[in-house]
Design a protein around this ligand. Structure first.
Ligand code: AMP
Length: 421
């Protein structure tokens, strides 16, 4: 291993066949829910013009400022690998005039996103998100519906003991005063802050609230709370979200230190936390972004979204001992016993596959013993052994791999027994 010439880059991973059932399980569950909540699929490019994410300086967040993969393409344009989905989807919403569709426009997507982060458990440089966006509606009922969708998603996966955390961080009207209150609180404490927080204090003080350095974390407990600075509209909206959540029967916990890693959020923010990990390891999160579409050049348009990291869900499924549903198709191994049946294998495997089963066999010219070993290794439930004599009579040796019992039957009979299971 040590002297391999090429390795995958740090923070990326290969998704091997044995992990694919987890991915399929999560994706099927997420798509199934998206559909019944009225979401339609959209796909956006993996790279965009970097300016789509870097919209002016000022409040810029770490994700945009420090973690983006930016490159100049051969035409001299500055591009970025997407660090998240929302900006790309909102761009697509504007570019394709989706505001003419019935609102809210509900869209889902899934795929890799890229952040130059410090890799560790649950934190990678290429990771995968499943993402829902609902654009064009301000009603707090929609916030609750999106949160309900997120909650039901984890529930359907079978995950237990999760916590839904909720906060409101206000909007362009009330947040400046809140930000100022945070700066005023932290300025006298600046010497005790970590270097990142010192750096963020003037630029983006909200982020100080969720810094996990022990001293910063302790100081944030007594920091001013955004809910105490909300304007009337944001306060009413937040009360509405909580009321609707009650109707959906989604349990939540208010967390006044919950802020999100991207700068466009307004009003509602939420995260879903696993039972045993620190707040850095949220399974998913989202919130409202009522100013984003206008910032991208559109008419003022509210929106709300939710993203969940697939890798973190898999870690949590494994942690909780939840296995994805097993492979459904039976594996049928076809074994030859001589030259004539070796050539006939092609036709028999074809019949097996046409019947909808996984048809496999050995290549080359191998002994029956070695073929059956291979059948075991491939997880075959059944083997069809083509004895020269039986095969001439249109029959095969039907072997149940689990018990080793064998019987000579017609190929049709063998296939219908496999179908019956
Ligand atoms: P965010 O876009 O930062 O709100 O992240 C949404 C979700 O994506 C998180 O709750 C995680 O599940 C996942 N996520 C974010 N960053 C990473 C990362 N570096 N590695 C793996 N998953 C991540």
């Amino acid at each position: 291993m040590a002297d391999l010439k090429y390795r995958s880059p740090r923070g990326t991973s290969d998704i091997l066949p044995e992990d694919q059932p987890y991915w399929a399980f999560i994706l099927e569950t997420a798509v199934g829910l998206a559909e019944v909540y009225g979401y339609q699929r959209v796909d956006v490019p993996i790279f965009e013009f970097a300016d789509l994410y870097i919209r002016g300086v000022g409040e810029a967040t770490d994700i945009v400022q420090k973690e983006m993969y930016i490159f100049e393409d051969r035409g001299g344009d500055r591009m970025a690998l997407r660090p998240e989905f929302t900006a790309g989807i909102c761009r697509a919403y504007l570019q394709h005039g989706m505001s003419n569709r019935p609102l809210p426009v509900k869209l889902w997507t899934a795929g890799p996103v890229f952040r130059y982060d410090r890799p560790q458990r649950g934190r990678y440089r290429q990771f995968h998100q499943f993402n829902y966006e609902a654009i064009g509606e301000l009603d707090p009922w929609l916030d609750a519906e999106v949160i309900d969708l997120a909650w039901r998603f984890y529930e359907r996966l079978g995950l237990k003991d999760l916590t839904l955390e909720l906060n409101s961080i206000g909007d362009g009207r009330c947040r400046p005063a809140y930000r100022e209150a945070l700066r005023a609180y932290y300025r006298p404490l600046v010497d005790r802050l970590c270097s990142d927080c010192k750096d963020r204090l003037e630029r983006n003080p909200l982020r100080l609230l969720d810094c996990k350095q022990p001293t910063c974390w302790a100081l944030s407990e007594a920091a001013p709370r955004s809910v105490d600075y909300l304007c009337d509209e944001c306060r009413e909206h937040f009360a509405g979200v909580q009321e609707w959540l009650g109707r959906y029967g989604v349990p939540y916990r208010l967390n006044h230190r919950l802020v999100r890693g991207l700068d466009y959020y307004t009003k509602t923010v939420f995260e879903v936390q696993p039972p045993r990990q620190g707040a850095q390891a949220a399974l998913g999160g989202g919130g409202r972004y009522d100013g984003l579409i206008e910032e991208l050049g559109g008419r003022p348009t509210p929106g709300i979204g939710f993203a969940t990291g697939m890798e973190r869900i898999i870690l949590e499924l494994k942690e909780q001992g939840i296995s994805p549903p097993g492979r459904k198709l039976p594996v049928v191994f076809v074994a030859y016993t001589g030259e004539a049946t070796r050539l006939a294998t092609v036709g028999v495997v074809g019949r097996v596959r046409a019947a909808g089963f996984i048809g496999v066999h050995a290549f080359g010219s191998r002994s029956l013993k070695s073929q059956l070993r291979l059948a075991d290794g491939l997880g075959a439930g059944y083997a069809l052994i083509l004895g020269e004599e039986e095969y001439r009579q249109g029959r095969v040796v039907f072997r149940d791999m689990a018990t080793g019992s064998q019987e000579v039957v017609s190929l049709e009979e063998a296939l219908s027994r496999i179908r019956r299971g």
